[in-house]
Every structure is written in C-alpha cells, then in structure tokens.
Ligand binder design. Structure first.
Ligand code: NAD
Length: 293
C-alpha cells in the first residue's frame, strides 16, 4: 500500500506584474490631473549614504518619473544636525508643488525619529507614519495606509484572496510593517495574531494561519513544517546573504510544495511598496486639489 502525501504547487504572486498594472492606472490619473494644471510632487529626504537606502531612494525617484509624478531629492551628510532636516521639512510642508514628503529610514544615530515624523504635515505624510495617520489606521479611517502593508493588501485583493474570517498570522511587530499590517487585516475582519522575537514556539502560531505574513528580517525563519498545507504565504523580508543573494524570511522552495500562494523575494512585496507610495502621493495631490489649498 502506498502512503499518499498531499503536495501542492503554490501559485507565485507576481508583485512586479501587479505593481505595473496599478502603476498604469496611476499614470492615467496623473495625466488627468496634469491636464487640469496640477502635477503631483513627492519630496524624498535622505540623510547619510547607506547603500541600501540609496537604492530604495533611486527606485522611488525612478518610479515617480515613470508615472509622471515630479520628484524632489534632498540629500544631507551623515553628520547633519537634525535641525537642518526639520527646517527643510517645514519648508516642504508649506510648498504648493509638494504633495508628499518622505524621509528615508533609518536615520543616523544623532536623530530622534519621533520629532522628524511628527514634523511632516499629516496631509503630506505619504508613508503614513505620523501619529495622526497611525491613529486613523487604528480606528479604521486611514488617510495614508503605510506603503508595505498596503501593498500586501493589494496583492491579496488582486489574487481574489478574501481575508474576512480568515486566520491571519503576522510574524514581526514593527511600526512600519507588522503592526500596521495586523491593523489593516483586522479592519477587514480577519482574525489576527501577531508574533515577534519574544514569541515562544513560533510554529504553534504559524501553523494556524490561513494567511501568513512574515516580516522579521530573518532568512529561513519559516520552514514548511511550520505552515499548513494550502496556506497563503506573503514574505515581506529582504535579507542579503553573504553570497550577495537576496532572500526573504521563508524557505521559498520548500513552501512551493506546501502553500497555495506565495510571494517571491525579490519580485513580490518590494515592487508593491513603491507602487503604493505613488498611489499615496497621487491621493494626496487629489485631496489637496479638492480642498483648494
Ligand atoms: P524590524 O527589525 O523593525 O522588525 C522586525 C520584527 O520581527 C520585530 O517585531 C521582531 O520582534 C520580529 N522578529 C525578529 N526576529 C524574529 C524571530 N526569530 N521570530 C519572530 N519574530 C521575529 O524590521 P521591519 O522594518 O519590520 O522589516 C522586516 C523585514 O521586512 C526586513 O527584512 C526588511 O528588510 C523587510 N522590509 C521589506 C519591505 C518591502 O518593501 N518588501 C519594506 C519594509 C521592510
């Protein structure tokens, strides 16, 4: 007698293709705004020369150009005094041609993050990190959904994966990814569990997930035996191995035979993050135009 093992072949969720489709729609809307005399503008502020940050900033500026959003880049030296950045942010808050302001993180150690994030006008906070926008997220009245979890929601929507009533496990509880991700899915009526570095026996939680979102920054944290057959796996992690290869937080090859859907790294969540930044900048320009300020 043969023992039958249930094997799946996961569908790979293509963030590049889905992002490109969304960007086409954004470009059309930007064209329309421009025809009415308004060009959406995004200001990107970078302090220091962290190579990964430099790549992210370059990608964001290139993506703006591709959809017709005007971008303004501001670079400061690593040893810049925080006051200089705060002064620039106040100037950008007042400018009519800037609809979104983004300060690339992480910042050098002399910076306290909170004053920087709270100085960005809540109306131009396209990253969604200002306390006003965090509060909006908590009560389900979001103005600017943080770009990475917003991108994950769009990926799930695009694939027709419903979240209502589903068990969702989010691994990672940062302010940038894990916490807003959990809030956004709870708002959509999922049953959400958040795990983090102090969680005891991670597998006892991950095994319950219909949808597993992993954002821990640890290669091979999630192995196939920790995941239910047929689960949806979204890998937000970006890790560079000593060989130079980029990988996520999950055993992608192993999970291909276990999950029903999986996002690759690279090419999954990453391109969606940039896409949702464009979407938030466009939304901000529309809101400001409607209010006539
Ligand atoms: P972070 O370091 O701020 O937070 C990591 C979280 O994971 C923490 O809550 C921590 O408690 C948890 N964690 C760490 N080790 C764990 C473990 N062994 N078990 C369970 N939980 C653990 O990181 P972040 O900014 O939230 O980013 C997480 C990952 O996502 C990183 O790899 C980052 O590069 C990536 N990221 C990707 C995108 C994208 O666009 N794809 C955007 C932002 C971050």
């Amino acid at each position: 007698m043969h023992l039958r093992v249930q094997r799946m072949t996961a569908k790979i969720i293509n963030g590049v293709a889905i992002g490109a489709e969304i960007r086409k729609g954004i470009a059309r809307d930007v064209d329309q705004l421009k025809a009415g005399g308004l060009t959406p503008g995004l200001a990107v502020v970078m302090v220091g020369a962290d190579p990964a940050s430099a790549i992210y900033v370059r990608n964001k500026l290139r993506a703006c150009a591709e959809v017709g959003i005007r971008s303004f880049k501001y670079e400061f030296a690593e040893d810049t005094k925080p006051q200089a950045v705060l002064d620039l942010i106040r100037e950008l808050n007042a400018r009519a041609d800037v609809h979104g302001i983004l300060v690339q993180l992480p910042l050098p150690p002399q910076f306290a993050l909170a004053p920087i994030l709270q100085t960005i006008s809540a109306d131009k906070d396209v990253d969604g990190f200002h306390l006003y926008n965090v509060g909006g997220l908590v009560v389900g009245n979001t103005v600017f959904p943080p770009c990475t979890p917003y991108g994950v929601v769009k990926l799930l929507e695009h694939e027709g994966i419903g979240v209502e009533g589903k068990n969702v496990v989010v691994v990672g509880a940062s302010n940038i990814v894990g916490k807003p991700m959990a809030l956004m899915l709870m708002q959509r009526d999922a049953t959400v569990c958040i795990c983090h570095a102090k969680t005891r026996d991670l597998a006892q939680f991950t095994i319950l997930a219909d949808i597993l979102v992993v954002a821990a920054g640890k290669p091979r944290l999630i192995l196939p035996q920790m995941v239910r057959t047929g689960a949806v796996v979204v890998d937000v992690g970006i890790n560079r191995l000593p060989s130079g290869r980029l990988v996520g937080d999950t055993d992608f090859d192993g999970l291909m035979e276990k999950a029903s859907y999986i996002t690759p790294v690279p090419g999954g969540v990453g391109p969606m993050t940039v896409t949702m930044l464009l979407a938030n900048t466009l939304a901000s320009a529309k809101r400001i135009a409607q209010r006539g300020t």
